[in-house]
Design a binder for this molecule. Structure first.
Ligand code: SF4
Length: 486
């Protein structure tokens, strides 16, 4: 998972891109980068590195990153080695184009072979690089220089034809002699994107609306699935619907990944999570589960827990305090240090849970390892019973579109067959909870209220994926994970 920002203005943009990137830092802390283009399109500047925005991009870097157009990126590696070579943005010399993206290109290896057959070779394992190469190649095939808007539209059509998977892309280049920011969404609009305008004529595109808020941009519009948008400072946007696939935005953004104060595809993430909590509360009541207090696993589960507590007329309490300053914890050799690592991040408040029946709320279960220990922490703090409530359905299928769960063997719920009622007691036992309640897919859909991708729950992938693609993506993910823990 990653986050991007693209900006076009009449003045230098790197300082503002830096701020916008910090607003979406939760989308990736593995690498950060900004690239800019000069007003005449003759010079490009790129700074990227491994780490967070504040660690990687210093004032001396911003001083070098000149130009009124540029793109920025924060990365969480789901595919690729996660090395500096994979850090975005990417730059292609001919015709001079910058690109950053969020998503997962599912036919990366096929594209790599196709590009090699045209003597175009990649410098990274990052899946945006083939898309950039295809775009640049198509532009150069149209004409060697002075590219036009029509050239770019044709080249972007080729991206849609050749590049499969999920991708929201921002790119900066000269078109018709004017610095232009281009936003492109895949034909199903799986990954989010939003565009905003400011009173000074500047345009900003980003993965999440919080990046717009921090710089006082109005939320202008959400690009449609399969749409390309061309933005120039002080001018009206030019929108081209290149393809009209079914809309299938990732529902996991709303459940877990996005910031609660973001608006994605017209829906406020906070309100969505409240809706899931209310629906889950109704199911808890129908099941006759008795609790004294509702406790969220911080931070994502808070809105749903608050709504559930309201629904059930129960007190909401913080049973855990999260340490915002704990760093990454590495593989721990024994149980004592593993528990210490967890308590460094999450410590219990025994006064809120002792001798109480606790309704513990979390957003989802992917691997289940942390949750098992969280339940244990509550028991050690004196909870009488722990009833687990998850505001999403069981995750039983890998994601091939950019969320970090691309191998079936790592998914906790994949070990349980059958309908949700049959899964819940087995899952509760496996996690050491007294009971467990998931939110069924139907209830999730009722709250979401529009088409979505929820393939990790229901296996309905919005794009067909061959066995070999699934195998390649899982292998790449394993390699990225091995690299992370090495
Ligand atoms: Fe999102 Fe799940 Fe679809 Fe992946 S499979 S894009 S995580 S909804």
């Amino acid at each position: 998972m990653c986050g991007f920002v693209g900006m076009i203005s009449k003045t230098d943009v790197s300082g503002e891109i830096h701020l916008a990137l910090q607003a979406i830092q939760h989308r990736g802390q593995d690498s950060a980068g900004i690239a800019t283009m000069s007003a005449d399109g003759r010079q490009f500047f790129l700074r990227h590195g491994l780490g967070t925005v504040a660690q990687v991009l210093l004032q001396k870097d911003l001083d070098i990153l000149k130009g009124p157009g540029g793109v920025g990126h924060v990365r969480y590696p789901t595919i690729g080695q996660g090395t500096l070579e994979d850090a975005q943005p990417f730059f292609y010399r001919q015709p001079g184009v910058l690109m950053a993206h969020n998503g997962n290109v599912t036919n990366y290896r096929e594209l790599q072979d196709s590009l090699a057959s045209r003597s175009i070779h990649l410098l990274s394992h990052c899946d945006v690089e083939p898309a950039l190469c295809e775009f640049a190649d198509a532009l150069m095939a149209a004409r060697p220089a002075n590219h036009t808007l029509e050239d770019a539209i044709d080249a972007l059509r080729k991206i849609h034809q050749r590049v499969k998977g999920s991708y929201s892309v921002v790119t900066t280049l000269m078109l018709d002699g004017i610095p232009t920011l281009v936003v492109l969404r895949d034909p199903n609009g799986i990954r989010p994107a939003i565009v905003g305008q400011r009173h000074d004529g500047a345009w900003l595109a980003a993965s999440e609306s919080v990046a717009l808020d921090v710089l006082d941009f109005e939320h202008s519009f959400t690009p449609n699935q399969g749409e390309a948008v061309f933005l120039r400072a002080g001018q009206a946007p030019i929108r081209h619907q290149l393809e009209s696939g079914c809309s299938a935005p990732c529902i996991f953004e709303h459940i877990y990944f996005a910031r609660p104060d973001s608006i994605i595809d017209g829906k406020t993430v906070y309100e969505q999570r409240m809706g899931y909590g209310r629906a889950l509360g109704e199911r808890i009541r129908a099941k006759g589960i008795v609790a004294d207090v509702v406790v969220p696993v911080p931070d994502t589960a808070r809105p749903a827990a608050a709504a559930m507590a309201e629904e059930l007329s129960l007190p909401l309490r913080e049973g855990f305090i999260k340490n915002r300053y704990s760093g990454r914890t590495f593989i721990m050799p024994d149980q004592i240090t593993r528990n210490a690592a967890l308590r460094l991040k999450l410590n219990t408040l025994p006064s809120e849970v002792r001798n109480r029946n606790v309704l513990l709320v979390d957003d989802s279960i992917v691997r289940g390892t942390t949750l098992r220990r969280v339940i244990n922490l509550l028991r050690n703090a004196g909870a009488k019973s722990v009833h687990l409530a998850i505001h999403s359905p069981p995750v039983r299928n890998p994601c091939y579109y950019g969320i970090d769960m691309s191998t079936r063997e790592e998914l906790f719920a994949a070990q349980f067959d059958g309908p949700i009622d049959a899964v819940e007691p087995k899952a509760a036992e496996a996690l050491g909870a007294d009971s467990m309640t998931y939110l069924p897919v139907e209830a999730l859909d009722e709250v979401f209220g529009s088409p979505r991708c929820g393939a990790c729950f229901d296996k309905n992938y919005p794009q067909p994926l061959s066995e070999s693609m699934q195998h390649d993506i899982a292998a790449d993910r394993r390699s990225a994970r091995d690299n992370e823990s090495a």
